[in-house]
Design a protein around this ligand. Sequence first.
Ligand SMILES: C[S@@+](CC[C@H](N)C(=O)[O-])C[C@H]1O[C@@H](n2cnc3c(N)ncnc32)[C@H](O)[C@@H]1O
Length: 207
Amino acid sequence: MPGCIPLRRTQSLPTDHQSDVFSKATSIVHHWLSAHVNHGDYVVDATCGNGYDTVLLAELVGESGRVVAVDIQEAALARTRDRLVEAGLLARVSLKRMSHEHILDVLDPEEIQCAVFNLGYLPGADKRLVTAPNATVAAHEHLLSRLGPGGVIISTVYTGHAGGKEEAEALYVWATGLDGKQFAVARHEWVNLDGEPPHILIIHRRP
Ligand SMILES: C[S@@+](CC[C@H](N)C(=O)[O-])C[C@H]1O[C@@H](n2cnc3c(N)ncnc32)[C@H](O)[C@@H]1O
């Protein structure tokens, strides 16, 4: 069908009618990453945490691609490294302990095709080590400046923890100000689930 984005399935994703893909943020994000990231791409995980997104990105970019994955916590980098070693994917990934607002310091000058954020705190770790509005917005802005045509930034945004709503608000104020001729910005929200399920913000640089 003209104008459709071709979806590419990976072995890690079951077909939609068998899966609960529409009720979990991770599933939706991974679905879009699988559709968008290609072999040879240069991509960023701006909050690697337990490493689930990093491992998927490393699978998707293939042997010729590269992933830069950062986190402020050594524990997160260790968990991500272990997962990558187990999957045999460590060679494709550069792991850095740093805050993501300094991401341009560690990127090669070329364009990136994708960046992923999963905001908030590392599950099972110190909840005070949490993403924060200024750094989150600055990191998005820096990564957007390196995003190639057709590239995408996908961010999972949590509002249920202390400071989460303020962070979401700061990010949305920035994102809604982006030029619609250059970028399509969309937000996915669940409207009928209990609690405060995360949102997913998608910023697509028009080709
Ligand atoms: C929800 S977790 C990420 C989960 C991860 N995407 C996964 O697949 O397991 C959020 C992570 O952001 C990290 N973080 C918090 N502030 C950060 C910052 N300024 N720069 C980079 N990472 C940060 C935390 O240490 C935590 O590991």
